[in-house]
Design a protein around this ligand. Sequence first.
Ligand code: DOR
Length: 437
Amino acid sequence: MSISQCLLIKNGRVIDPSQNLDAITDILVRDGKIVAIGKAIPVRPDEPLESLDVSGLVVTPGWIDIHTHLREPGGTHKETIETGTRSAAAGGFTSIACMANTQPVNDSSYITTYIRQKVSSDSPVNVFPIGAVTKGLKGEELAEIGSMREAGIVAISDDGKTVMNAYLFRKALDYSRRFDLVVISHAEDLNLKGRGVMNEGFNSARFGLRGIPKAAEEVIVARDIYLAELTGARLHIAHASTAGSVALIREAKRRGIQVTAEVTPHHLTLTDEAVGPYDTNTKVAPPLREKEDIEALQEAVADGTIDALASDHAPHAREEKEVEYDHAEFGMVGLETAFPLYYSKVLKNHWDLSQLVSAMTWKPAQIIGVKKGTLQVGADADISIFDPKHEWTIDRQAFLSKSQNSPFHGWSMTGKPAFTIVAGKVIYRSAHLKGKS
Ligand code: DOR
C-alpha cells in the first residue's frame, strides 16, 4: 500500500464562490484531492504531512484561463508548451485552454493527441486543447470535430480568424451540440477590418494609422448570437471589446440564448490612446478601444453579462514586434500579468473579490465543461494562493514566457500570485515569499 501525501494549507482567507465560502480557515489535501475544509482538521499521525502557513494570503480554487496561445507545434520561437505552461503557473493559473492556431493547426485528432502527449511530459498545469472549427483555419471546410473531441478537445474555435462563412459557422454550431462542445467566436468581420491596425476613431486619425471600426466586431457578435439561437448551440464570445458587443450579449442572455463571454486584461485597462508612442506591444486583435468601452466592460463583469476573465496570452518574438506598427503581429503576452492587472487596476472600484474569483474559476470551468474551479471536498486539489498586499513592478525581462511583448512593462502592481498548487503539489512559489513561512 502506498503512503498518502498530505498537504495542510493553514490560516488563509479562503474564497470559493462555488460554495459561497469566504472565511479564514484550513484546507487538507490528500493524494491530489481536497479532503476537508475547516478549522482543526484531524490528521492521521502516521501520514507524512506538509504544512503551509498562508496567514495574510488569499486562497481560491485554481484559476482557469480559457484563452491561451501556446504556439507549439510550429511557433516554438515564440513559446513552447513548456515555457507557456511555466508562465501560466507563475501567473497563478492551474489550468489553461490552448487555442488551435498553431502550425499545423489543431484541426485533427493527430495534433490534439500530439499536444496532449507534450503536455503530459512538459507541463506543470492542466492544459485543455481547443480544436479548430475549420481545416487550417481557412474557413472553407469543417475540421474533424468528432475525432478531436474523442482525442480530448474541450471547445472549438478559429480564434485569430473569424469564420466568415455564416453557413459553415451554422454547421459548426449544429455539430457542436452533438459533441457537447462550446463554440468560441473570434468576432472580427475580416472585410470591415481590412488592413486596419488599431481602433477606428479620433486617435487612429491623430496617429495616422488605419482603423478597425467597432462595427467589425459587433456585426459578427450579432450574427453569431442569431446563429446560436437558430441552432440551440452554446456560443462563447472571445475577448469582447466594445460597449456595443456588451449590449448584444446582455440582450441575448435576457432572451435565454446560450451565450457566454470573456474579456481580457488589456481591454479593461488600456484605451487606444496607448498606441500613441507606436509601441507595437499595444497592437492586438481586437484592438484597444475607448474609455466608454472600458466602462461598459467593467460593468458587464460586475452584472454577470461577461462570465470569464481570460488572458489571451499571445506571445510573439522580438523580430515580429520590433517593426513598423503596420507590419507587427497582433497580440500580447498575458499569463503573468492577467491576475495582477485585474486585482490592482480594476477590482477596487468595480467588482467584489468573489466576482473576480468566480470569473477566474468556476465560471470558466463551466464554459469549457471541465470539473475544476471549486474547492469542494472531493475536487481536484488545484489551488491558487495570492498575496493581496505585495507591491511590485512588472518587469518583462523577468517573465517565464519565452516572449516579452507586453505593454505593461514598468506598471506598479499591488497583489501577486504566491503559490500555485496542481493536484496537491506546489508547482510555483513566488520568490517574494523567501524567508516567510
Ligand atoms: O491579438 C491577437 N493575437 N488576437 C488573436 O485573436 C490571436 C492572437 C495571436 O494568435 O497572436
